[in-house]
Design a protein around this ligand. Structure first.
Ligand code: TXA
Ligand code: MG
Length: 321
């Protein structure tokens, strides 16, 4: 049973979207489905609204937020898209699960806390029809991190959002489980036209690089200052020890299976990495609330979006400081 003074959850229909737009207008916080995970949205042009995101999540203030926009035209109000390759990638890949980190425009009407003092800004035009309708309904961009307490498992359903933010935010728009299941790929191009994949995700950066350059993407370390500050070693933590590459469970372990390894739940019985990405956080949430004190996870191949799954699993398995 939920208490009376908890966060309302409403269907993401026309009425729900209008209610969400009014709350955002007034500087409030709304959890909104995107094609990757549920985001915790606030107007990106208001210092007070953005401060509420950091407070609700308990997020360190050195960790900047992604700014969600309708399209590259709106993005160009906040970031520098004068590089033709960059603007072409935005045209071709948006709307979709790709975040581009670009130079922040000097005249960008964004709260300072959105970019956490960096000279760059992370922008993305999401594909989910509900998030798109919301961005059409308001005349400001939306800052939106994943809708979970900082460091914990990301949400792919309205229920997951409530599991960590109930009572701390103004509204949840419910449109069922999200499709991709892992957060957007983050790409930084530059300086010197070098490409840096700051976070693996649904969009394959190496394949995109081949499309533009007709050769393999050079592997190299991103120079200092060109990392995503939020990519902390410990993240997505279910609050219990996690053992990776497990072929079977020990007595006190909840096993998350994949392919031939059948567990208490499975990422994908057929061994499909795309399905594994879509089910990853659901399985981690199930493991977190089971009565077993430890979690084991079957190996997942490191190809395609399986790289993003393994990236998140490694962080989930790293104990917090
Ligand atoms: O799929 C997604 O991207 C979801 C949905 C809601 O859009 N959002 C999301 O936001 O994953 P969040 O806040 O959980 O992750 C944002 C990441 C962090 O790792 C942050 O450090 C990085 O983006 N980031 C933001 N601005 C940056 C910048 N200027 N330079 C480098 N990294 C940046
Ligand atoms: Mg997050």
């Amino acid at each position: 049973m939920r208490d009376k003074d908890t966060t309302p959850v409403v269907p993401a229909d026309e009425e729900g979207i209008a209610r969400a737009a009014a709350i955002l207008e007034a500087g409030g916080l709304v959890a909104v489905p995107t094609e990757t995970v549920y985001g915790l949205a606030a107007r990106a042009d208001s210092a007070e609204a953005v401060a509420r995101i950091y407070a609700a999540k308990g997020r360190p203030d050195f960790n900047p937020l992604i700014v969600h926009v309708r399209d590259v035209e709106q993005a160009a109000l906040y970031g520098d898209f004068s590089d033709p390759v960059l603007s072409d990638i935005a045209q071709v890949m948006w709307p979709g699960p790709l975040t581009l980190v670009v130079e922040r425009r000097a005249d960008a009407a964004l709260a300072e806390a959105v970019t956490a003092g960096l000279p760059t800004v992370a922008l993305r035009a999401p594909a989910h029809p509900v998030m798109r309708a919301l961005l059409e309904a308001v005349d400001f961009p939306l800052a939106a991190p994943s809708a979970n307490r900082s460091g914990f498992i990301s949400p792919t359903s309205a229920e997951h959002v409530l599991a960590s933010l109930d009572g701390r935010i103004d509204l949840v728009l419910d449109a069922g489980p999200t499709e991709a299941g892992v957060e957007s790929t983050i790409l930084r191009i530059g300086p010197d036209d070098a490409w840096h994949e700051l976070r693996p995700g649904p969009v394959d950066v190496a394949a995109l690089y081949r499309d533009y350059h007709d050769r393999e993407m050079p592997v190299g370390q991103a120079p200092a200052g060109i990392t995503a500050p939020g990519q902390l070693a410990s993240h997505y933590a279910p609050g219990k020890p996690v053992r990776l590459d497990a072929a079977q469970a020990e007595a006190d372990e909840f096993l998350i299976g994949f392919g031939p390894v059948t567990g208490d739940v499975t990422l994908s019985a057929s061994g499909d990495v795309t399905e594994a990405a879509a089910r990853l956080y659901h399985c981690l949430h199930e493991a977190a609330r089971s009565d077993r004190p430890r979690i084991a996870v079957a190996p997942v191949p490191d190809r395609g979006v399986g790289r993003a799954v393994n990236d998140r699993l490694r962080r989930a398995a790293t104990p917090p400081d």
